[in-house]
Design a protein around this ligand. Structure first.
Ligand SMILES: Nc1ncnc2c1ncn2[C@@H]1O[C@H](COP(=O)(O)OP(=O)(O)O)[C@@H](O)[C@H]1O
Ligand SMILES: [Mg+2]
Length: 411
């Protein structure tokens, strides 16, 4: 009999590792480049360029607004790190960048501690108030002739929990402490703009003068982001191009444009491929990953019950051709033929082409299918349709069941 230990040892030895640097797929990793955020980094540079003059006296403020996964944190961190370096090397000016997560540090006191820690400024353990700590920080910066850029990430959490006085103190720091040189500048990062508009005007006008918006990523942009991450984290040729296309189409602009979920899906697909002993990450792995990661999956299945008969028939037709052809995508033409014949099987008059197109759009919005334009190689350009979930028997049965319910209620 083979021992469990031998089995384990064999499986460890023979397992293919296709992810080379797992840490580069973690959500905290900040890559050296951020495709499609170069303009935002330039804009940030523009806001803070006066600090490089050497005799800067004013503090700067800017608000960054965008949804989750639009690269706010990564972009600001990368900016901060590079700006520090450039200031020192090219301008001989001391700029220190500190990143504070206000979800973790959501009181003025904790924020002040966090900044002091980052500056390695020892704070007496006897109870100083946050305001006093800020003054200490300022004195320290004065002594060393340093300008500080504080990024207050997830700033909405602070706004929601702190009292007005604390918010006022933090945001209007220089109304509260007197300084000849205003050494502390801010980058406020907020998730959606409304948390700013809820603010008191006197505070809002003070911070929202400069606003940089981070729009959701388009599919094409996600594709580039994923491609770059694949080069960094995976072995050469370990990820099929279809995987990138699939993931970027699944999470593009109209579905949130969230790079974090896209990268998570990629990472999980890699793990699934490794577990299955595949040397390459394939479309099916991505679909499996997607079905476990997609937080909306249950919603998608639930939303099937709101579809009407012909939308369901179209979906069923898609599954049928995909099963028959063993392909991952079908052309619009093939799908429509299948739909027409399936509708007739159910004694239903098939809907017209434009209507079918409309159904397709609806299914895409729900997130159950993907469409894309065929590239070169096919005669003319045609729409290719694919499922965004793995072809799963349960799903198939459920769709059929829904069709039967609709047909019965008509009869
Ligand atoms: N333009 C980009 N290029 C490469 N990676 C990106 C880009 N934008 C975001 N990411 C990655 O996506 C994930 C989410 O980005 P993050 O900055 O945390 O978004 P946000 O702070 O807006 O929620 C991170 O792992 C980040 O490294
Ligand atoms: Mg963030």
């Amino acid at each position: 009999m083979v021992s469990a230990k031998d089995i384990l040892s064999d499986s460890l030895r023979s397992s293919v590792l296709i992810i080379k640097h797992k840490d580069k797929l973690s959500p905290d990793y900040v890559p050296e480049n951020l495709p499609h955020r170069e303009e935002k980094i330039k804009e940030l540079g523009f806001v803070f360029r006066d600090l490089l003059a050497g005799d800067a006296k004013d503090s700067e403020r800017v608000v960054i607004v965008g949804r989750t996964g639009t690269g706010k944190t990564a972009t600001v961190r990368l900016f901060g790190k590079n700006f520090e370096d450039i200031a020192e090397r090219e301008y001989g000016v001391k700029v220190k960048y500190v990143h504070v997560n206000c979800y973790r540090h959501r009181t003025l006191y904790l924020i002040s501690q966090e900044i002091a820690n980052a500056l390695k400024l020892p704070i007496p353990s006897r109870g100083l108030s946050a305001q006093e700590v800020f003054k200490m920080i300022h004195e320290y910066l004065d002594r060393r002739n340093i300008h500080l850029i504080v990024a207050l990430d997830e700033f909405g959490h602070f706004l929601n929990t702190a009292n007005t006085e604390e918010i006022y103190f933090l945001v209007r720091l220089y109304d509260e402490i007197s300084a000849i040189i205003k050494r502390i500048s801010y980058i406020f990062i907020v998730n959606e703009s409304h948390s700013i508009y809820k603010l008191d005007r006197s505070i809002r006008d003070h911070i929202a003068r400069r606003l940089i918006e981070f729009p959701p990523y388009k599919s094409m942009e996600l594709y580039d982001i994923l491609k770059y991450r694949v080069d960094e984290a995976f072995n050469d040729n370990a990820v099929d191009d279809e995987v990138l296309q699939f993931i970027s189409n699944t999470y593009g602009y109209d579905k949130g444009g969230n790079a974090r979920i896209a990268i998570e899906t990629l990472s999980l697909a890699g793990e699934i491929a490794e577990k299955e002993g595949s040397p390459v990450v394939l479309l099916d792995h991505a679909k499996k990953a997607n079905s476990t990661i997609n937080p909306e999956i249950q919603e998608i299945v639930d939303s099937l019950s709101y579809l009407d008969l012909h939308q369901l028939i179209l979906l069923k037709a898609l599954i049928r051709v995909l099963n028959k052809s063993k392909a991952d995508e079908v052309t619009m033409g093939t799908l429509e033929e299948e739909y027409i014949s399936l509708a007739r099987e159910f004694n239903e008059e098939p809907r017209r082409h434009t209507q079918v197109y409309e159904y397709l759009r609806k299914l895409k919005v729900i997130g159950i299918i993907n469409t894309r334009q065929s590239g070169k190689g096919m005669r003319g350009r045609t729409t290719l349709v694919s499922l965004s979930l793995p072809l799963d028997k349960r799903l198939d049965d459920y769709i059929m069941q829904q069709i039967v319910v609709r047909l019965k209620s008509k009869a």
